[in-house]
Ligand binder design. Structure first.
Ligand SMILES: [Fe+2]
Length: 270
């Protein structure tokens, strides 16, 4: 186990997943987390994507002292790459990913790009007696998709062994789920603040983790209500695709869903 006196220990922590430029949801989540008296707030990256005016999320994160892990999107924007490295394989997913990436890239300030370039690929902390590793996709690749229906527990256990952690935290798929196994071992996808969870409701999700001794952490998934109609209006003003707006309003994913495995795809409308 990694022993480092610089690794912080928390009793309760709020962890936010992909923000996707949804500054209204981020502001609501920060307020909600503060009311829960958390010791720290973390963000697992992908600050930009589907939403409007990407610069708006940066002061919210900075002013709240939120440490951010580098997501695939952040890495692309910071380094000026041609695409978001989202990891999609279907042409329709890539079409919409290109639209949102070009918009986000053009609208992100040089100062914010510079800050993104400083994000670490992971953040390690202790939750009570447990060692936690927070990353974006997986500990080995920012754009690796760890789906609930297709990720075997033995694979998660190997990732935990290889990276010397009890608890693994990620976000890249944007769908919240958790699994615990063995003594003290758990994987948590904290969800995403940027778009709803493809469940027909407009709330978005984050996770609060609390220490519970050397057992598994207590994981609470928190739905966040925010003014999603105001966000939709702002997206219209920015001439973002109507498909992205529909997702914000209805809670159903309309794009970037060809990558979903059968079980997760069947849970949605499209
Ligand atoms: Fe991502």
């Amino acid at each position: 186990m990694i022993a480092d006196s610089t690794i912080p220990t928390f009793g309760r922590v709020a962890v936010f997943g992909g923000i996707y430029s949804n500054h209204l949801a981020l502001a609501a989540a920060i307020e909600d987390a503060r009311a829960r008296a958390v010791d720290a707030m973390l963000c697992l990256g992908d600050l930009g994507a589907f939403g409007p005016n990407p610069n708006k999320v940066f002061p919210l994160l900075r002013d709240s002292g939120i440490r951010v892990v580098m997501g695939n999107y952040d890495d692309s924007i910071a380094r000026g790459l041609d695409d978001c490295q989202c990891g999609y394989t279907d042409p329709r997913d890539n079409h919409y990913a290109r639209l949102s990436y070009r918009y986000t890239f053009a609208k992100t300030s040089p100062e914010n790009r510079e800050w993104m370039a400083s994000f670490p690929s992971d953040i390690r902390f202790r939750l009570g007696g447990l060692s936690v590793l927070a990353f974006h996709g997986s500990p080995r690749r920012a754009n690796e998709f760890l789906w609930e229906s297709t990720t075997p527990t033995h694979f998660l256990d190997k990732l935990a062994d290889d990276h010397e952690a009890d608890v693994l935290l990620g976000t890249h798929t944007g769908l919240h789920w958790s699994r615990s196994w063995g003594p003290g071992r758990a994987y948590v996808n904290v969800g995403a603040l940027g778009r709803p969870a493809n469940d027909g409701r407009p709330e978005v999700w984050y996770a609060v983790l609390s220490a519970r001794g050397r057992d598994v952490p207590d994981v609470e998934f928190v739905p966040v209500s925010y003014d999603h109609e105001a966000l939709a209006e702002e997206m219209r003003c920015e001439e973002l695709p109507e498909e992205f707006i529909e997702t914000i309003l209805t809670g159903w994913w309309t794009t970037c869903l060809e990558i979903l495995p059968g079980k997760e795809r069947a849970a949605g409308r499209f």
